[in-house]
Design a protein around this ligand. Structure first.
Ligand code: BGC
Length: 270
């Protein structure tokens, strides 16, 4: 994947959950589009350092920042460090997320709270810190038409109910109204807030759904476009949403899902 290194030149980005999967691809892509990148991780410090080293070797500024996004003090400290290092933050990618799946009747309160804590509360805490910095700084026309951009990682499960995953689906449904409410509130400050809703993308979170040919064949029944997504499909969308090319896009959810939300069962039924 290659982007013009001028697209995000001079911009500073923070990507949560960037030590693997979709977050890693977004961090690498923002950097190749010219942005300095703070690579947030929770437990995978070595992986994050490797990504930072690769980005620096390619000639762009990068730092690794450990923080649990569900913890207010850790999020505040992370933003403090990023702003100290880079001077400001222009782009937040609210990506950190996890699944803890089980049938409703077996779901523990801990697993409910953990998923809501990381996937939803974590996005709120990071959006709040980013918004404060965007409002403090205001628009710098030579950098971007917007004072800042927030990209929330949602999922097709913000609209598709998912049996056995009530905590996860509830967190993503919450992201929809959180993102749109924040977008409405911050638009007068020229801050853009949007979501990406990926379908099935090949990452560690859903490995069992695509890593054997039987599993992949079953999964493809849910994807009209006939292929499982790659992290690059999402990273390209994130770069566009972070850039001024999408300057008039605000409060939108972009479904990047090969048609998974098109009710594929109705192609031959109904
Ligand atoms: C989930 C994946 C799943 C995909 C499509 C994502 O949000 O994290 O596990 O494969 O949605 O169902």
């Amino acid at each position: 994947m290659s982007f013009s290194p001028h697209l995000l030149k001079g911009q500073k980005a923070l990507v949560t959950g960037a030590s693997s999967g979709i977050g890693e691809a977004i961090a690498r892509s923002l950097a190749s589009a010219g942005a300095s990148v703070a690579v947030n991780y929770h437990s995978e410090a070595e992986e994050a350092q490797k990504i930072v080293a690769d980005i620096k070797a390619a000639g762009t500024e990068a730092i690794a920042l450990g923080a649990d996004v569900s913890k207010e003090d850790e999020v505040k400290a992370m933003f403090g460090q990023a702003i100290e290092e880079f001077g400001t933050i222009d782009i937040l990618v609210n990506n950190a997320g996890l699944q803890k799946d089980s049938p409703l009747v077996d779901m523990t309160l801990d697993h409910w709270n953990l998923v809501i804590g990381i996937n939803l509360t974590g996005q709120f805490l990071c959006a709040r810190e980013a918004a404060k910095e965007f409002m403090r700084r205001g628009v710098q026309p030579h950098i971007s038409s917007a004072a800042g951009k927030i990209i929330c990682m949602s999922s097709v499960h913000e609209v598709i109910p998912w049996a056995g995953h009530v905590n996860y689906a509830a967190s993503k449904g919450g992201i929809n109204m959180m993102m749109r409410s924040i977008a409405q509130e911050l638009a007068p400050h020229r801050i853009r807030v949007n979501s990406i809703a990926p379908g099935a993308i090949k990452t560690p979170i859903n490995k069992s759904a695509w890593d054997t040919s039987e599993a992949e064949a079953k999964l493809l029944k849910l994807i009209p476009y006939g292929r499982v997504g790659e992290v690059e499909d999402i990273a390209k969308t994130a770069v566009w949403l972070a850039s001024d090319d999408s300057d008039y896009v605000n409060g939108a959810t972009l479904f990047v899902d090969g048609g998974m939300t098109l009710y594929p069962g109705f192609a031959t039924g109904g």
